[in-house]
Write a protein that binds this ligand. Structure first.
Ligand code: ZN
Length: 338
């Protein structure tokens, strides 16, 4: 049961064997268990494994130390499940670490910074409407109560629907991409009408410029409704997996869809560095390469360096099609007439 050099008998039971939260990370549970029993986390690990050297925490030793059945521990702690490869992060597909809602923690008299694995689409505590989404509050930070912000509550429901419709992985990818775009918009004060009342709700005022500083902790929550609406568009197969190079007609239709989904006046031609149009362009450049590679790509020369599939300056397009190009036409690099 125990590794060579470690204790051969099970560890004795701890005086306060607190229960784990459902899907709690093993480190979080061990930390809370140590705090509850007034132990240093390293001392608790030594007690469980019988050695001061590195040794894996097993469900058997935890069961002996807490008096909880191996079955219940395996149910609560996914990293201990036998089919999980040690070190796999996350241990469950498309799950992310979320600090548990402080009200749920208080109800259990638990240390408030317990961390659990949650499906990526869970951004609110369903019981207390506490924001759990990114960024995970550091130990110094509090958690936001969004009970009085129906725009955010509705966005969470749309987020769930998106995951059911497109699957968790596609949704997680689209939301991450959309969040990056809306964070840049917030930083530059673009398309701010919908965001402004949310910023006011959190800060008590609205910045005169309408801009949020880079890395502001409220960015993810105040941009969440527009992020989900944009993610819905980015997850659409037509835009996510285009089969042909972009045409002017497609650009017009993409712009129309953006305006419809986000209720904004999106004008990519006026914003050559707009992150959303970069996303559109990147998708279509990939489609261009995919559709032309067999005919256009000669076999690599001997000794040529093998690269990833990412577009590069040497493969397709002109200099004006490259991200960061200063050409006034850079916004429509690979667009051809329909
Ligand atoms: Zn809660």
């Amino acid at each position: 049961m125990f590794p060579f050099g470690a204790r051969r008998a099970p560890p004795s039971q701890l005086p306060r064997p607190i229960p784990p939260f459902l899907r709690e990370t093993t480190n979080s549970y061990l930390y809370r268990l140590a705090m509850a029993n007034q132990l240093h986390p390293d001392d608790l690990r030594a007690h469980l494994t019988g050695t001061r050297h590195h040794a894996a925490i097993t469900v058997e030793c935890l069961s002996a130390a807490t008096g909880r059945s191996p079955h219940s521990l395996l149910h609560a702690l996914p990293e201990l499940q036998p089919d999980t490869t040690p070190g796999t992060d996350p241990p469950l597909p498309t799950h992310v670490r979320r600090t548990i809602c402080w009200r749920c923690a208080t109800r259990r008299s638990a240390f408030i910074f317990a961390v659990t694995w949650q499906p990526a689409e869970v951004t609110l505590c369903p019981n207390h409407r506490i924001w759990l989404g990114p960024p995970v509050p550091a130990h110094r930070g509090g958690q936001y109560d969004v009970t009085g912000l129906p725009d955010i509550l509705r966005a969470q429901r749309r987020h769930y629907r998106l995951a059911r419709r497109h699957g968790r992985q596609t949704t997680a990818d689209a939301v991450a991409e959309a969040a990056h775009i809306t964070a840049l918009w917030a930083r530059h004060g673009l398309h701010a009408d919908r965001r402004r009342p949310l910023i006011h709700a959190f800060l008590g005022h609205t910045p005169l410029t309408g801009r949020l500083p880079s890395g502001d902790p409220i960015t993810a929550v105040v941009t969440y409704p527009e992020t989900i609406d944009l993610a819905r568009l980015l997850a659409t197969p037509r835009w996510r997996h285009p089969t042909d190079p972009a045409t002017k007609r497609e650009v017009r239709e993409f712009r129309r869809d953006v305006n419809h989904h986000l209720a904004i006046r999106y004008q990519p031609q006026d914003s050559p560095y707009d992150p959303l149009f970069r996303w559109f362009r990147k998708r279509h450049v990939s489609a261009t390469h995919a559709s032309t590679r067999p005919a256009d790509c000669p076999a690599p020369r001997r000794g040529a360096r093998v690269t990833s599939g990412k577009p590069s300056p040497q493969r397709g397009g002109t200099a004006s099609s490259l991200p960061g190009s200063h050409s006034k036409h850079a916004a429509f690099p690979s667009v051809r007439s329909s």
